[in-house]
Design a protein. Sequence first.
Length: 242
Amino acid sequence: MPIFPRRGLAGLRYPTNTGGVGRSARKRPPAARLAAWLNRNRRLAAALLLSAAAAVAVQQVTPAPLSTATALAAARDLAAGTAVTEADVARVQVPPGMVADGFLQDEAAAKGKQLAAPMRKGQLLSDAQLVGPGLLAGTPPGSAAVPLRMADPSSIQLVSPGQLVNVVLTSANGFDQQGPSEVLASAVPVLWTSNKGGQSGQWLGTSETDGLIVVAATAEQSSRLAGASTQGRLFFVLVGPQ
């Protein structure tokens, strides 16, 4: 190292490195500079690589957001015969494949209608669960919903919507003696009963529903069932699928 004479702070001369390491480092190719940086910052580079790998893995395993559709569901457990109010239902978002034909999507379509069967909280509401034309969903073409008044109102507690019954007419003469019984309709499905709170409703238009059931009948069965209660006493017999 050369020795300079003392000339005071203002007169000092310092050696300059004009062809040394700094210039050669700047002339190195980018790959070499990157390698040198990685060599000096190994831990930082490893952390960055691990973070990038984790982000890619999370992106691959995370499913794409699904499209949804609006449907109506029971906001609480509802008994058969309940006249639906806005507080009884809630809008929910479900996959479009769960909303089939007949499922209700607006409170106005259900308000004031009467349930034909009990519903659990969260169960989706369709027109087939309401007393009215929707009850005939899935029945053969030409089917009719026929209301019948049973001679023994307490027997209604034994039957529920969906069960099959034979409708039996027992005639009587003027001395209240029983005549021969006649099966008016065989294995007809029950659509609605006045049991479990079905004492009133818009569809029936009266509060006198004691002992009433509604069955799905063919055109031929309907002609025999219409007005049958005026010809004698009506009873039902529970039967199984035929």
